[in-house]
Design a protein around this ligand. Structure first.
Ligand SMILES: Cc1cc2nc3c(=O)[nH]c(=O)nc-3n(C[C@H](O)[C@H](O)[C@H](O)COP(=O)(O)OP(=O)(O)OC[C@H]3O[C@@H](n4cnc5c(N)ncnc54)[C@H](O)[C@@H]3O)c2cc1C
Length: 430
């Protein structure tokens, strides 16, 4: 279980610049609710807000506080889509589900911007687009094929050659790529706290410092037990993603939590700001162990990378992120780095998110594989509709059986081995 804050990954830019100051008390005594939601990241917050807007009574609890998990620590890149393009999704899931998943994943950015506008969330949201950069001719071809695939399904992506990519990034490092106009950037913790504020204003009872310890049936309903209280409810949504603990070990074992780490500079001078991603895009490259970077609203440069598990490799990864930043942008060689932090992303075996029914009326949505700002928000809406009674075949995402991923005792070793394998494939350009 990953509960306690680890000092190696705690120095977050987003916590230091959060604008919402509300605190949510711990639950004490018994609450009644139509739906109890466990976990107040984007998934749980979006589910709570959508349910409250539909008239349900909702109690939302988090063992820490809203946005404490990956939702308040990520890169703030609004990345739409799923692992495969539309053709691949249809081939894997068939026409019925393929159609729905393509729509849900393609429109997930619209949902985020709509929520921000409707609820006046103060989170520096902008929509300059998401750059996906190719580091080899092969990945360039794959990205261009992806853009053509989306063109046949409503569009959204522009193919970029080497010169266009250089103009948009300020570096010659990439062969080209695509600009996904559906993507953008935001301050992730302020987005999470703004969603919590909107949910609260719409009647959701929110409690921080309140872990769900146990769920039991009682008189045809569920009792969600917490240290000093309980929620009596008809439905339960588990929205705990990579931070799923021993509440339901099967859920925790269905994903692989892997650390992703970021570093950030202080606000840069105007000259340097204009020389890096001058149009304000978010960028991630096409490596298996990808790099992702952007500037925040104050002109700090942020660089992130996936793929560590223990503290030693996390420290090395932090130093590597600073080094690759300077390799890409030598003008950063004299800047100091103010922040280094991280959190856990939840990987799944098929690299798709998953939606499960754990027992009648107990649902879980998780496993965003590092692409959860938009997709977790969209999954929260799917969970809300399911909890409100929408039949499973009408949902925007298929319900699949819960399967454990790996034997838990071997996890760390297997993760380290997998990271080494991916590093090698990236190095060989395969
Ligand atoms: C460093 C990093 C960078 C990332 N960058 C991006 C990015 O740029 N773009 C993008 O799209 N995605 C990114 N992601 C992924 C994205 O942040 C996640 O997919 C998304 O936030 C998941 O949201 P969630 O609500 O499902 O889970 P979380 O936000 O992790 O929330 C789960 C919550 O459940 C709570 N919880 C767990 N167990 C219990 C319990 N028993 N009782 C009560 N509460 C409990 C935890 O305290 C936690 O707050 C990144 C992730 C990380 C870590």
């Amino acid at each position: 279980m990953i509960r306690n804050e680890n000092p190696v990954i705690a120095n977050s830019l987003w916590s230091a610049t959060a604008k919402y100051t509300d605190t949510y008390p711990a639950l004490s005594g018994e609450q009644q609710a139509d739906v109890a939601i466990i976990g107040a990241g984007f998934t749980g917050l979006s589910a709570a807000l959508h349910l409250a807007e539909a008239g349900a009574s909702v109690t939302l609890i988090d063992s820490q506080h809203p946005g404490w998990g990956a939702s308040g620590r990520n890169g703030g890149q609004i990345n739409v889509g799923l692992k495969d393009g539309p053709t691949g999704i249809r081939a894997k899931f068939g026409d019925h589900w393929g159609e729905r998943m393509i729509r849900m994943a393609g429109d997930a950015g619209d949902l985020v911007f709509d929520l921000i506008e409707r609820h006046q969330i103060n989170c520096d949201a902008k929509r300059p687009g998401w750059l996906r950069a190719a580091h080899t001719p092969k990945t360039l071809q794959q990205l261009h094929e992806l853009a053509e695939d989306w063109d046949r399904h409503g569009g959204g992506m522009k193919k970029l050659d080497q010169a266009e990519m250089q103009r948009l990034t300020g570096t010659e490092a990439y062969n080209g790529g695509v600009l996904d106009r559906r993507g953008g950037v935001l301050h992730p913790l302020n987005y999470a706290l703004g969603l919590a504020d909107a949910a609260h204003r719409n009647g959701v009872a929110i409690y921080g410092g309140t872990p769900a310890n146990h769920i039991q049936t009682e008189g045809g309903r569920y009792r969600v037990k917490t240290p000093n209280g309980a929620i009596m409810t008809d439905k339960v949504l588990m929205c705990t993603n990579a931070y799923s603990g021993d509440l339901d070990p099967k859920v925790a074992k269905s994903v692989l939590p892997v650390r992703s780490v970021q570093v950030a500079t202080p606000p840069l001078s105007d000259n340097i700001r204009r020389s890096i991603l001058p149009e304000g895009n978010a960028l991630s490259d096409a490596r298996r162990l990808l790099l992702y970077f952007r500037q925040d609203a104050e002109g700090r440069f942020l660089m992130g990378g996936r793929g560590t598990y223990n503290d030693g490799s996390t420290r090395r990864q932090i130093e590597r992120l600073k080094r690759v930043s300077v390799e890409l942008y030598p003008q950063l060689s004299d800047v100091k780095w103010d922040y280094a932090w991280g959190g856990f992303v939840a990987l799944t075996r098929d690299h798709y998110p998953h939606l499960h029914e754990l027992a009648p009326g107990i649902y879980a949505g998780l496993g965003y594989n590092g692409r959860g700002v938009a997709i977790a928000t969209a999954m929260g809406r799917v969970l809300a509709r399911w909890a409100a009674g929408e039949p499973t075949e009408d949902l925007d995402f298929p319900v699949t059986p819960l399967k454990p991923l790996l034997l838990s005792f071997a996890r760390e070793t297997l993760v380290e081995a997998e990271i080494l394998r991916l590093k090698l494939l990236d190095k060989l350009g395969l």
